[in-house]
Design a protein around this ligand. Structure first.
Ligand SMILES: [Zn+2]
Length: 551
């Protein structure tokens, strides 16, 4: 980066003719603005508050300079509006609370058991927590999952989260502490897998796993510090990836997550505009929970970086566990799971939550993977009235529901992760048959005129927006049609989702200078290399929040 102040600024800058002088001018750049009226520009001027004063040719923008203006020569590099990730788990992804016993999902059972035994020897906490194993490798072994862990440590509760985060592997002690050991019904939104004798096998699915974690992570001062540090660490990762706005997709407000976010915001240490999605707990009483959620609504002012304006709600689970809710049964589902999948929130409760929370100002961020879950969520939103609600994942959509997204103004949010390859689709065939090849109907929704966003679901997937965009293009006829569409899905349309498209999402006069500079021009790279481009510089409202070493 070449900065010149004040000597060469005087050489470059004519006397200011505009009303307000720029504090900073970026020039000699290739600026893709995401403004349809003026997609490309060479230079951009901003004032001290980070508001964009001018975008255009070098000459047009220089009119806003005076003797005090700082000029930055970007050497012809590409500038984009800051990315907006409308679904990331910033706190959880950066948190050590989930444990420090990582397993490789493509490892063998023997290898995992060795790893867990090593972790158990070193364990300092009251629980041994870890993550990363593969559910099907464990179940296909034919061994008793709980007995395998009991052999390692009968008295130390062990809870290992599976790679997708939708199931847990537990020993007897953990089952007992969670209250899952005896005869009991499955919890709302969860399943306790059982052997033919009705005994818990040591694998629990979906919300049953979250209930275990509620037991393992009761709020404490020490954990509060862990969450606070996680939010801080997450800020650096966001800025490094050029992300200037984010929606945290699951705030466990009963575990202390909300306080951690609020503390970081109070200390003015946020590096991205943040919208929090408060988790709707499936197991709570509806009247009480709705009253508590409504009391937490806090849109704030437009200058604030923290907004509590969203509700994260799961309708169903995932195909992999046969817990995604389908219109037609699975070909094979896990024993103990309803042949059509499960509900975290069934249609009636969902409709009530949508109606009451939308009326209180919240936008809904709804996890839907199966086609029945998508149908139910669209029905609930139709009754609730318009808002900026989105369905996230949307892996299976009945043909009849495709046009309803546009009609109802519902945003379709996709995470075309690196794992979403043709072979991944094929892997689902034993579970759902030919429907496997209809998964992720991104192009059909895009072509229908629905608003489509891309997001990471970090750390289920890597955080890099460029990597996700590369995958969205790499899906061929199922993916987004071109790079412009992929950028828009990560900028202006995500800004609409976060109710800030008047202030961010594109580089236009009057908006905030949230932007990034890339080391490569992704418009000139083959689509399969976009993900290798690196962010060099990230500005939030004109303030530097990240600069790559050497730039
Ligand atoms: Zn997620």
């Amino acid at each position: 980066m070449f900065r010149c102040l004040p000597l060469c600024a005087a050489l470059l800058a004519p006397l200011a003719q505009a009303e307000e002088a720029a504090s900073l001018v970026l020039h000699n750049a290739r600026i893709y603005t995401v403004n349809a009226d003026q997609p490309w520009a060479e230079a951009l001027a901003m004032d001290e508050e980070g508001e964009i004063l001018a975008v255009g040719s070098q000459a047009e923008v220089e009119e806003y300079a005076d003797d005090d203006t700082e000029f930055v020569d970007l050497g012809g590099r590409l500038v984009l509006p800051g990315f907006q990730d409308s679904h990331a788990h910033v706190l959880d992804a950066s948190s050590e609370a989930q444990g420090d016993c990582p397993l490789e999902s493509d490892g063998t059972l023997e290898h995992w058991l060795d790893e867990i035994a090593g972790c158990a020897e070193q364990a300092k906490g009251e629980w041994l927590l870890g993550s990363g194993f593969s559910l099907h490798t464990l179940l296909d072994s034919g061994e008793s999952p709980r007995a395998l862990l009991d052999e390692i440590a009968p008295d130390l509760p062990i809870a290992m989260m599976e790679e997708t985060s939708h199931s847990y592997w537990l020993n007897s002690k953990a089952l007992q502490l969670a209250g899952f050991d005896g005869e009991r019904d499955d919890p709302e939104g969860g399943v306790i897998l059982r052997d033919p004798q009705g005994r818990a096998t040591g694998v629990v699915l979906d919300n049953a796993g979250d209930l275990v974690m509620d037991k393992a992570l009761p709020p404490s001062k020490a954990l509060q510090q862990v969450y606070y540090q996680a939010v801080l660490d997450g800020q650096d990762e966001l800025a490094r990836n050029g992300i200037t706005s984010v929606a945290d997709a699951r705030v466990f407000w009963r575990r202390g997550h909300l306080e951690a976010w609020q503390k970081v915001a109070r200390e003015d240490r946020l590096k991205a505009r943040t919208s929090l999605g408060l988790w709707a707990y499936p197991q709570l009483d509806d009247g009480e929970q709705l009253a508590q959620l409504k009391a937490l609504y806090q849109p704030g002012d437009e200058d604030d970086l923290l907004h509590i304006t969203q509700i994260k709600l799961y309708v169903d689970g995932i195909v992999h566990n046969t817990t995604a809710r389908l219109r037609q049964p699975y070909q094979h589902s896990l024993a103990g799971v309803d042949p059509r999948g499960l509900y975290y929130f069934g249609p009636k409760r969902l409709a009530r939550y949508a109606r009451e929370l939308a009326a209180s100002g919240f936008d809904l961020h709804i996890h839907t993977i199966g086609d029945q879950a998508v149908r139910d969520a669209l029905d609930a939103i139709e009754q609730a009235g318009r808002g900026r609600h989105r369905l996230t994942h949307v892996e299976l959509v009945d043909q009849a529901d495709i046009p309803r997204f546009r009609q109802l103004g519902v945003i379709a949010d996709f995470q075309p992760s690196p794992y979403f390859t043709p072979s991944f689709l094929k892997d689902n065939q034993p579970l759902i048959g030919q429907r496997a090849y209809q998964m992720l109907p991104m192009r059909a929704l895009y072509d229908s005129g629905a608003r489509v966003t891309l997001s990471s679901d970090w750390d289920v997937n890597p955080l890099s927006p460029l990597g996700i965009m590369q995958n969205a293009l790499g899906l061929g006829s199922r993916g987004l049609p071109n790079l412009e569409a992929a950028i828009r899905a990560y900028t202006l349309d995500a800004a609409y989702t976060l109710r800030q498209e008047q202030r961010t999402g594109s580089l236009e006069v009057g908006k905030q200078a949230d932007l990034l500079v890339l080391d490569h021009d992704i418009f000139k790279l083959p689509p399969e290399q976009i993900g290798q481009a690196k962010v060099l510089w990230t500005l939030l409202g004109g303030e530097e929040v990240y600069r790559a070493p050497g730039f």
